[in-house]
Structure formats: C-alpha cells, structure tokens
Design a protein around this ligand. Structure first.
Ligand SMILES: Cc1cc2nc3c(=O)[nH]c(=O)nc-3n(C[C@H](O)[C@H](O)[C@H](O)COP(=O)(O)OP(=O)(O)OC[C@H]3O[C@@H](n4cnc5c(N)ncnc54)[C@H](O)[C@@H]3O)c2cc1C
Length: 430
C-alpha cells in the first residue's frame, strides 16, 4: 500500500475534474450512488435501455467493445483503473476508500458499457491471475487485461459440469514440454471477443475429482480452439460453446500449481459472487428509480397495489445495498468476506425478479407490444434477461446451499464421490 496517501478530498476533486474533461454527465435529476445504474429518471430523456443481456449483432458488439476499450485505456493511463491494486502489480496501492470516492464520482457520468466481457475480464480473470500468477505472468496479463487491450473469459462450465463444476472432463495431458487440451466448455460469456480463456482442466483422473484439476490461460486464437455462439431467448448471443481439440500449450500458460485448479476456480468464483452480489453486477437491467418513473408517468403511484409493490422494491433494494456495504466494511477492516457474497447475489437476482414483476404490472400490454414509446417495450429485455443471472455464477439453489451450510450450520449435502478417484466414479468419461 502507498505510504504517503494523497488527501482524499483532493483525490476526489482531481477525479471529478478528469471525468468532466473526459465524459458526459448523466441525464438525471440527482446523481446515483456508486454501483447503482441510475438515480431518479427524467421521463423520455436519455437512453431507456434496461437490458440485462444485449441483442447486438457482431459488428455492433465490436463497436461497443471498442468504445469501452478506448474509455478504459484513457482511465488506465490517467491512473484510475487500478486504484486499490498493489503497486507491485501496477496499481496505485490506495485504500478502498479512494476507489469508492472515484466510483461515486464516475457514477455521475455516462461511461461506455461493454456488457459482461469487460467486468469478467478485469474483475474475475485479472484478479485470479494476480492471485496465482508468477511475476512473469503478472507482467504478461495484468496490464493488457486491466487496460482492456485484451479480454479474458471464464472457461469453466461443461455440458456435464455446472453446479458440480469439479466433475468437469476437459483433459490436459502432458506431452514433453507441452500440454495437450481436449474437451468442450459451454455458456462461456464473451468468448467470441476474448483473447484468453481461463480454463479449468483435468490433469489427473486417478485422484478424487477436486484434486486432479489444473488451470490454464488458453489463447483463444490458438489452433484447435473453436468458439460457437449460442443464441439466447432474448435474441442475442452473449455466451458460447468452446471446443478444444488438441490445443497445445507450453507450461508458461499454466496458472497455479499442477493439481491446484480447484483452488484457482474457487478463487475466481469468489470474485464472481462478490462482484455480482456486491454491486458490480447491479449496473445491468432496470432498477427501482426507472420503475418508479414509469409508475409516475402512467399515473399509477396512487394505485394501492402499485404503491405497495414500489415500497417493497425500495426496501429490498436498500437491504441489498446495506448488505453490500457490510461486505465492503469487512473488506476495509482486512477481513475476508464470508457468505455475504452469496447473500448479496441472491438478493440481487431476487430484486431483478421483483423489478420484472412490478414493471409488468405498471406497463401491462405496453411490455409486449412495441409502440415505439420511450421507456416501455425496452423493458422486455430486462424481463427476459433477468432469469439468466439466477443461474450464472452459481445458481440460486447453490447460493442457498452455501448459506445453509456456512451461515445456518445445517448439515452438509451428501457428497458421495468426494473421496473416490474421479475415474472410478465416471468410468465411461475418464
Ligand atoms: C447468463 C449466463 C452466463 C454464464 N457464463 C458463464 C461463463 O462465462 N463461463 C462458464 O464457465 N459458465 C458460465 N455460465 C454457466 C453457469 O455457471 C452454469 O449454468 C451454472 O453453474 C449452472 O450449471 P448448469 O447450467 O450445468 O446447471 P446444473 O448444475 O445442471 O443445475 C440444474 C438445476 O439443478 C439445480 N441444482 C444443481 N445442483 C444442486 C444442488 N446440489 N442442490 C440444489 N439444487 C441443485 C440448479 O440450481 C439448477 O436449477 C453462465 C450461465 C449463464 C446463465
């Protein structure tokens, strides 16, 4: 951590000045709190985009990422992209209070949103590289990922391994100085535009399933990597299947020790839960302020049922915010966040579902018939997209299992294959 800390007020003023020179202020009556999508909405002004996943064609997706990349490069070069990262890794080594100060200022401005890939790349992949990489690997990946010169995605799930990730079957076999990877990953967000995939592979099927795994940073342009988009019910293709066929990597692509892939995966998934639950994901979809603005516009704030639903939405929104603050306070005090990540993620997905319910009541048929009216039909992209996050990053049921076991002290789920060699439990796959 930096020893001579800059004055926090001065830091904030400098950040504001930089933002004023480089970004457009948001169109809203009041500034949103850090991590919130927006504050009170001026009906009919600015964008009415409330999509959870975007339906963009490839060219539009590339244009959006290019805008995001240009913004992030400028932010990186100005020293605001790695505020609380250690100096040794290229960060400024400042406490989280400086990051919060910057985020509060940035939330007042319109900045490009590149979808799921940039936050995955920076918040999950770069942080996992930081945790497990060698100094050479830090030099190779952290700066390009944090400046968005390159993007990384998460090659974890497989057709036969999602919630039970440790049963994954993609193999990495040593061949001289190289590793040869074969297998199929699925639901890989952003893989079409990513340069790297953090893959968890099985390197030893003769030990119990959690123990024989190893992580690699796979270059997605390497021979043998085939990325195929999956079309989702919202129309777009945010995620993909990734086939690995005889992909050859030298040992410098291995992240963490051989056989330690489960720890790499858990660390990355921990970042994901903290990220989505702790506010990082709360910029997707619509929120309380947009629903309230729609209710006001359509003259429904006097309707007793709508008022009750709005009050409930506001309360749950605040409870989620305070839970996130509690997790942030723990971090600030140097403690490791416990189950708050799971609680935060559950609350976030439950609140997205609540938003869907209330806005459906407010809009009625306007939700499904496109009349071109601002702030109406666009909500379809929230309502259809929100269920995806009940599954992504560990489903609601899995978060409940974690809370049941680690918070409530309920008996652990039976895990009959925990101590049995992987190839003895799945003879046909090994
Ligand atoms: C939008 C989106 C983006 C994603 N992005 C990525 C990505 O970038 N990279 C990646 O690797 N993966 C990604 N995934 C995949 C995601 O991690 C998996 O879908 C998730 O872990 C669930 O696995 P599954 O789909 O195989 O479902 P399964 O594990 O087969 O689960 C099916 C159902 O059974 C329930 N269930 C399973 N086990 C239990 C249990 N022990 N107790 C109670 N209920 C249980 C689940 O909750 C679910 O309802 C993404 C998924 C989505 C929806």
């Amino acid at each position: 951590m930096a020893t001579d800390l800059p004055d926090l007020d001065q830091f904030r003023a400098d950040a504001r000045a930089w933002l004023e020179a480089n970004a457009r202020p948001r169109v809203s009556e009041t500034a949103p709190a850090a991590g919130e999508r927006s504050a009170r909405v001026l009906w009919g002004e600015g964008s009415d985009d409330v999509a959870v996943f975007h339906n963009l064609d490839e060219q539009a997706e590339r244009t959006r990422l290019a805008e995001c990349q240009a913004w992030q490069a400028a932010k990186f070069d100005a020293g605001y992209a790695m505020i609380n990262w250690p100096v040794a890794l290229g960060g400024r080594g400042l406490p989280n209070s400086y990051l919060r100060a910057y985020n509060t200022e940035e939330a007042r401005f319109e900045v490009p949103n590149g979808g799921e890939l940039p936050p995955t790349s920076m918040g999950l992949i770069a942080t996992t590289v930081a945790a497990f990489g060698t100094p050479e690997q830090h030099d190779r990946w952290i700066r390009p990922l944090m400046r968005q010169d390159e993007y990384g995605c998460q090659l974890f799930s497989e057709p036969g391994a999602g919630s039970d990730l440790a049963s994954l079957a993609t193999k990495a076999v040593r061949d001289g100085d190289e590793w040869v990877l074969n297998g199929q990953k699925v639901w890989t967000s952003g893989a079409r535009f990513a340069h790297w995939g953090l893959a968890i592979t099985r390197t030893d099927p003769s030990v119990p399933k959690h123990k024989g795994l190893t992580a690699f940073m796979v270059p997605l342009q390497a021979p043998g990597v085939d990325v195929r988009p999956i079309r989702q019910m919202t129309g777009g293709s945010c995620f993909n299947e990734v086939f690995l066929t005889d992909v050859r990597l030298d040992d410098s692509y291995r992240l963490g020790p051989v056989g330690d892939g489960w720890r790499v995966a858990l660390t990355c998934l921990g970042f994901e839960r903290d990220h989505s639950g702790g506010g990082g994901g709360s910029h997707v979809g619509g929120g309380y302020h947009q629903v309230a603005a729609a209710a006001a516009h359509f003259g429904l704030t006097g309707d007793a049922i709508v008022r009750q639903a709005l009050a409930d939405l506001y309360i749950q929104h605040k409870v989620a915010q305070y839970t996130n603050r509690r997790a942030a306070a723990k971090l600030k005090a140097g403690q490791t966040p416990g189950p708050e990540g799971s609680l935060g993620k559950l609350m976030w997905t439950a609140n997205m579902a609540r938003v869907s319910d209330v806005i459906s009541r407010v809009l009625g048929p306007r939700l499904v018939a496109d009349t071109g009216e601002w702030g109406t039909y666009a909500w379809g992209e929230h309502v259809l997209g929100a269920p995806g996050y009940r599954i992504a990053g560990g489903s609601d049921e899995i978060q409940r299992n974690i809370i049941g076991e680690r918070v409530l002290g309920l008996p652990a789920e039976p895990r009959v294959d925990k101590d049995i060699p992987f190839n003895a439990t799945v003879g046909v796959r090994a």
